[in-house]
Design a protein around this ligand. Structure first.
Ligand code: C2E
Ligand code: MG
Ligand code: MG
Ligand code: MG
Length: 279
């Protein structure tokens, strides 16, 4: 497709590029009404503690079910929501819903830790700690059952600010996790200062773990660092029994991935727990 761009200059547009652009515009306009139309839902993915062989936590993962587009991946719409500043309202909806679900499970005696993902802009929002604190108090949830995940790249982008914000969140009594660890540029000096409870090793290091000694070396090194810093390690994206046994042998604390369970609706969580805890 060639378009006249004024004067004698021509601009070349890729066909697929135009399709992408149209989809992007469509997503932008549909995203504005998605909350009020109740198009979001949360799925929960179990996290297995390999020491006790029990499911001790779940990560809340947002889904957008659109009447025309079907399921839109958060990897696609979260960055757009960030740019449009819609992330704040979406993020608070996620927090509210996850906290409500966590307190319901808590009352039922499940005592599951529930993790939520915070995007960069949410994390930098000056009201975040006080708003989350308010939600936690209203719900009656023991704060340590709420886990807040911030990616390594967001934390290391402005580590001094992150240090301040993380300690503010930590004062709520929640647990904190560094997500997608190993994919950003980490400063070990700052990692040591961050008051986080968990390091989540990115799936990039897990997917070839069994056949790639270099990945095994990296995972062992991360486990060593985490141990020295008194942090627990969660491996993301574990898909096979071989990966699970290798990670267990290396001393990894928790496992999350399709091998344990895909992300499922809240109603299916008690069944997954029963299945695991009766083994
Ligand atoms: P993440 O936080 O690193 O979440 C892990 C992603 O890996 C999830 O993708 C999950 O479904 C997927 N996954 C889990 N186990 C496996 C496995 O064994 N194999 C493979 N191939 N994938 C696995 P999902 O749900 O599509 O989310 C993608 C990303 O979107 C998340 O990465 C997170 O950064 C973001 N996200 C999801 N929900 C939220 C949310 O509520 N708020 C914000 N701000 N971001 C979110
Ligand atoms: Mg996450
Ligand atoms: Mg991750
Ligand atoms: Mg990831």
């Amino acid at each position: 497709v060639v378009k006249k761009a004024g004067g004698s200059r021509y601009k070349i547009f890729d066909e697929s590029c135009q399709v992408d652009h149209a989809r992007r515009l469509y997503i932008e306009s549909e995203l504005r009404h998605a909350l009020e139309k109740h198009q979001f839902k949360l799925l929960y993915q179990p996290q297995l503690d390999v020491h006790s062989n029990r499911i001790v936590g779940v990560e809340a993962l947002i889904r957008w079910i659109h009447p025309e587009m079907g399921m839109v991946s958060p990897a696609e719409f979260i960055p757009i929501a960030e740019q449009m500043e819609l992330i704040h309202s979406i993020g608070y909806w996620v927090a509210e819903e996850a906290i409500r679900q966590a307190s319901e499970w808590c009352r039922e005696g499940l005592g599951l830790r529930v993790g939520i993902n915070l995007s960069g802009r949410q994390f930098m929002d000056g009201d975040l700690a006080s708003k989350l604190g308010h939600m936690i108090r209203l719900s009656g949830l023991p704060p340590k059952l709420l886990d807040l995940e911030i990616t390594e790249s967001v934390a290391m982008d402005n580590p001094d600010q992150a240090l301040f914000l993380l300690s503010e969140l930590k004062q709520l009594g929640v647990t904190l996790a560094i997500d997608d660890f190993g994919t950003g540029y980490s400063s070990l000096e700052y990692l040591q200062k961050f008051c986080v409870d968990f390091i989540k090793i990115d799936r990039a290091f897990i997917k070839n773990l069994v056949h790639n000694p270099a990945d095994q070396g990296i995972v062992k090194a991360v486990l060593g660092i985490a141990e020295s810093l008194n942090m627990r390690v969660i491996a993301e994206g574990v898909e096979t029994a071989e990966e699970l046994s290798l990670l267990t042998a290396f001393g990894c604390d928790e496992i999350q991935g399709f091998f344990i369970s895909r992300p499922v609706p809240a109603a299916e969580i008690p069944g997954v727990l029963m299945h695991y805890h009766s083994k």
